[in-house]
Design a protein around this ligand. Structure first.
Ligand SMILES: C[S@@+](CC[C@H](N)C(=O)[O-])C[C@H]1O[C@@H](n2cnc3c(N)ncnc32)[C@H](O)[C@@H]1O
Length: 466
């Protein structure tokens, strides 16, 4: 029992092994081998020798639990956070920031070669942050009680719904720690019931904190099960008395037994209904429900790179497929004749229209629908883009959209991606459709985690010397 004869080697579940870590997996985990059998080890780094316990055996690979690092990599560092090992918020804090950035660049290089099968592409080093901590402008944390009945607020442990209580989170803005402390005190002082997802009972479900990084405006959102919130005036006073600069305190009501954090209804308990922030010169109103990129500093870096790669001269028609709330469209509108944004979520398009109006931008038009359906409709109407920007979700672009774009024959395509593997797949398709990938710039939007965001510049092949 528990033994597996795989690839001519015998591995045994729950047995300890000493292995050499030869590579990094997509999530930054170490990858090594027991004979020929591949094992993934969270928390282990390339070039380390580690003792592991083999906790899972699948057909083609296993999962090892790190027991001890026997010889450590130069990239290993002490995590700043005391709950790091138990919390599911970050997964690269045990690696120096320099090594995190190299890991991200290598991840992009690897998929571009292996999946994209592209050669002669300039892949730049990942643009990191000067301070790779306290960068999140939004945090939303579950509230509950532990088995001793104490109030806990924190991220869920990996692959579970156990809340890991925290006093301080190093990736969120520091105001978040202060808000959480006050909310915990309020819950204890007035014996407020916390939500129990198993029974769908109790009151306080989540706390969300948003901050405008340029404006310093702070919004606190208390998500409740049910319309009433006892001692709400006391909560408002406690937050205002203890934390400087709170501009908005909101109750969000979510009565559903669901993993979705926010409900659709909001009540303002104090101050404004929205806070504002800027990306570049553009001002955005942010409500509890609005989508807004969580790393304000790097978003500006990413969008400026997209604008640079689009290389607009002022007379171009631009399509921004997957435009969300139109933030990239607004950036592009500065140097274009007209930008058409397409997005599947109607509320995001409403926000995009409002954002354009409030910034006095008159050369944008936003369309609700699937990019793969709406862009061919625009082309049928005789509207053709000189430059196309795509920023799809993790699964990448629909292949039919790539075909429609190529058929329209724009001079340039700028691809913004949050998943290097689907990006590489799509760049390969675009290469076959006559678009050459010239430059790739990874940007670190989520330090201390394995996420990689990338901007890519492509040009129509006949315009470059092949
Ligand atoms: C990575 S986000 C990009 C958002 C935006 N460009 C930004 O920077 O804030 C991807 C967006 O694509 C939208 N989306 C998903 N599938 C879509 C489709 N088939 N057609 C159009 N938009 C889609 C999602 O709702 C989401 O807003």
């Amino acid at each position: 029992m528990g033994k597996n004869n795989i690839l001519n080697c015998t591995v045994e579940k729950n047995k300890e092994y000493i292995i050499k870590i030869e590579n990094s997996g997509h999530q930054g985990e170490g990858v090594g081998k027991i004979d020929n059998f591949t094992v993934f080890v969270e928390g282990a780094l390339k070039d380390e020798t580690v003792k592991i316990k083999l906790i899972k055996i699948n057909k083609n690979y296993g999962v090892g639990k790190l027991i001890e690092v026997l010889s450590s990599s130069e990239s290993r560092t002490e995590p700043v956070c005391s709950t790091y090992k138990r919390c599911g918020g970050c997964n690269l804090q045990h690696s120096t920031y320099e090594a995190q950035l190299s890991f991200k660049t290598e991840r992009v290089r690897d998929v571009i070669k292996r999946i994209g099968k592209l050669e002669d592409v300039k892949i730049h080093n990942t643009i990191g942050m000067e301070n790779p901590y306290n960068y999140r402008n939004k945090v939303q944390l579950p509230v509950g009680k532990n088995k001793d009945g104490e109030v806990v607020v924190g991220f869920y442990a990996p692959r579970s719904h156990d809340i890991i209580n925290m006093e301080c989170c190093y990736i969120q803005d520091e105001v978040g720690d202060k808000v959480i402390k006050v909310v915990k005190e309020w819950i204890k002082k007035f014996n407020i019931e916390t939500y129990d997802e198993k029974t769908n009972s109790g009151i306080v479900r989540h706390i969300m904190i948003r901050k405008g990084f340029k404006t310093e405006e702070v919004m606190v959102v208390v998500v409740t099960n049910g319309n009433s919130i006892p001692y709400s005036e006391e909560l408002v006073s406690m937050l205002k008395d203890n934390i400087e600069g709170i501009d908005s305190i909101i109750q969000n009501i979510n009565n559903k037994q669901t993993n979705v954090i926010l409900g659709q209804k909001c009540k303002t308990l104090y101050g404004k209904d929205t806070i504002t922030d800027f990306i570049g010169e553009f001002k955005f109103n942010i409500s509890p429900l609005s989508f807004f990129q969580v790393n304000s500093i790097q978003t500006e870096v990413l969008y400026n790179k997209a604008l640079e790669y689009a290389d607009l001269q002022g007379d171009e028609i631009v399509f921004d497929a997957y435009c969300g709330t139109g933030t990239i469209s607004l950036f592009l509108s500065q140097n274009a004749k007209k930008v058409y944004g397409v997005e599947i979520i109607p509320q995001a398009i409403q926000n995009a229209i409002k954002n354009a109006e409030e910034n006095n931008v008159t050369n944008t038009e936003f369309i609700v629908g699937e990019a793969e359906n709406e862009i061919p409709k625009l082309i049928e109407k005789g509207i053709k883009a000189d430059v196309v920007v795509v920023d799809p979700p993790r699964k990448g672009c629909e292949e039919s959209l790539l075909h429609s774009i190529a058929k329209m024959s724009p001079k340039k395509i700028v691809y913004v991606s949050c998943d290097p593997a689907t990006l590489a797949r799509d760049l390969n398709i675009l290469q076959q459709l006559g678009y050459k990938t010239l430059e790739i710039q990874p940007v670190d939007m989520f330090p201390q985690t394995a996420h990689v965001e990338t901007v890519v510049k492509l040009e129509k092949a006949k315009l470059v010397n092949l």
